[in-house]
Design a protein around this ligand. Sequence first.
Ligand SMILES: [Mn+2]
Length: 321
Amino acid sequence: MTSRPRSAGIIGAPFSRGQPRVGVDRGPDVIRAAGLVHRLHEQGCAVKDYGNLTFEEVVVDEPVGAVKCVRAVGSANQRLSEAVQNVKRDGHTSVLLGGDHSLAIGSIHGHSAAVGDLSVVWVDAHADINTPLTSPTGNIHGQPMSYLLHELQSKIPVLPNFTWIKPCVSAKDLVYIGLRDVDPEEHYILKLLGVKVFSMSAVDQLGVARVMEETCDYLSARVKKPIHLSFDIDAIDPSITPATGTPVVGGLTYREGVYITEHLCQTGLLSAVDMVEVNPLRGQTEQEVQSTVHTAVDLLLGCFGRRREGNHSSDYILPEP
Ligand SMILES: [Mn+2]
């Protein structure tokens, strides 16, 4: 198997206001410091790093109902959506380095604005599909899918700095993998909308290979659409990726995570990737931080053609004596 040329357009979003823990805004820099760009180059992938976004300082941001930091999250995601649209128009596969998972709002919105209808593969311990009215915490990183789904539009109140968001994903075009901590209200929504879910129970039952086969069969049953992979590092078991804000035991193994990225890469449809919720301040030791960050890097390399069987460039010529 030879590697195919690909190009990654990297956007850093050092943003943490979708949740209360400091440190997740350092995600983009620690992932880059672990050698992401160099290692993508090494495997024959062209890279353009667009750098880190800067976000408007929102001074007064009182909760709206129970929802926290609404204005900051709305404004940051609007900026991110525009950045992702630029990356897609430049012809790259978009790579969002978060930051917390509220950033999926702008990332998926911008991706869809640039390319049209999408399939979304959401790999996460959590469903992140609470509406502003069902959210038990008010943290928007537990709500992003609710703003994006056509089917939930009537359940979303008007919020400051959120009026630019247009729902752009249909429930039939969404697949979850890795769920194991789902609120009752979220479980109701998933059943109501008939969303395809491969919880950790399904991964245990079917194995990751069959989960990925069924995921891709399901998403391409009608039309093959560009795929948006939104990967929350807390999908992986906290024994491997402990440096994250809301770890949940019983997650995907390193190998299952990498398999997911390899499989999606091989579809040729992967068009944007989010890598979110890496929080270096949540590791107890430097080793815990490094294990989390290096796993995030390896997952991204898998998205861009790295295969565990090995790779070689298509123009390699074996030296003659
Ligand atoms: Mn998440």
